[in-house]
Design a protein around this ligand. Sequence first.
Ligand code: ZN
Length: 457
Amino acid sequence: MSSRRWSILAAALLATVAAAVLVVVLVGDDAEKARKDDGARVASRFAKNHPFVVESSGRGRVAAVSSHSRRSPNAYSGIEPGQQRYSSCSDPWVTAAIRRVINTDHNAVGKACDPYLYGRARWTTFDDLVAKVRTRLADCRDPWVTLAVMEVFNRVAQPFDCDLSQYGGGRWNGYEQLKNLVADKTNGNHPPPDRDWKVLVLVYVNTQLPAMTFPDGRAVSGTPLSASMTKPDGSKSTVDHVRQTAREFASKARSLSGQRMKVRLFIAEIRRPISSLTPEGSGHYLGPSDIRQELDAYAPEGRYDSVIAVWRNDDGTKQGPNLSGVGSTGLGLATARLIGTPQARYTDGTNGATYAMVTLPYNHGRFGGGVEPASSILLHEWLHGVEAVYRDWTPQWANAFPNCGDVFLHCAGSYGFTFQTGPGWDRWYEQQMRGTVSGRFGVPADAWARGGPRTQR
Ligand SMILES: [Zn+2]
C-alpha cells in the first residue's frame, strides 16, 4: 500500500463513522488458514470480509466447534491426551522405519508421523531413514519415551519429558501403560510446564520479488517488487519501528491476559530478501516454504511456540501482490501448526509452531493510520494460532471458542464489542485472553497454564 493511500485513509478517519468503515479496510485483510487432516491441500478458508463484520444472526450463537476449524495435521481428534486416537502415519516408510527402530509391529501415530522430523523428509534409502528415525527417538534416553511423548502430546520431546522417574517411578508394563503414564496430568511428579509462549519475530528487511505469473500465465500484479525497510540513507528506522512494535505486542499480550501468560520475545533481522510467495486462493501469501531456510535455522521443531514473519509488500509507491484473495490491502495471515504436504516435501510445515505473516507498509509509523496500535495486528494474528492450539486440544477448550460463522477471534461483534479509535479491538482481545467473553468464552485459565505447543502437556 502506498504511503499516499495511507495518508488518505488517515485523513478520512477523522470522521468517526468513517473510522468504523475504514477499519474494515485496514484490518480486514487478515485471514484464517487451515489445512485438511490429510494435509493434501490447503483448505481455503480465508476470510473474504472484514473479520469483525458478523451476521447479526450470529449473535450469541454457540456451536461446539467452528465449522471451519479444520484441524491442522498436528491436531487430530480434540480428545484428551492419553485418549487420543490418531491416524496411522500416512507415509508407510515412516511407519516401517519406526517399527524397525523399536523392533515391534507398533503403528506410530501423531507427531511421530511427521516426515520432516527425519532428516527434513529427505532420505536416500530405507536404511538411511531408519538411521534418522533412530536419531530422533534418541531425544530421550529411552526411545519408547520419546515416541510416547510424540504420540500423546503431538510434539517433539523436550528435556523435561525425559526424566523417566516421573512415569510411574520409571517402571511400566508395556507401551500402553507408558503412554497412560505420560498422559497422566494428575501425576504430581510431573514438573510444571513452561507456560511462556516463546515467539520468534522474523523481520525481513528486504523484499525482492521477481516478475511472477499465475499457472495460467497471467502476470501477478505488483510484481516485480523491490522493497526495503531500510531507507536509502541507511537509516534503520522502519526496522527499529518493527522491533518496537514487536516488543509492544509482547508486553500487551501479558497485560491483556491478566499476567496469565507471558510472551518471551525473540527477534531476528533477516537480510536475505523475500524472493518468493506461495500461491493461495486467488492470490499469494508468505508461507513457510518461502522462509524455509530461516525457519529451519532459527526455529527448528520444538524451539518456539509461534513464528511471526514481518515483511514489506509495497515499495512506498505501489502495493505488491494481492495477498490470498483477501484484497490488495492484505496485512496479515495466520495459520495453525502445519506438518506440511507431501507435494512440497513437507517444506511447507511450520516446525510445530503457529505461524503468521504480517506486512507492515513503509512509513506506516502508526499502523492503521493511528486508529489502533501497531502491535495489535501482531497480537491479532498470533491469537489466531493461540485459538487454534487450544481449540484443537480438548473438546472442553473447543467449547470455549464458539464460532459465529467465523473463528472466535473474529466474533467481537457477536458479543457487542465495537472498534474504538485508539485501543482498537484491545478490549475484545483482553476478554478473549482472559476467557471472560460473556463470562465464560475465550482462552480458559487452565489453558495458559498448560503452555504453548512447544511444551504443552
Ligand atoms: Zn484474523
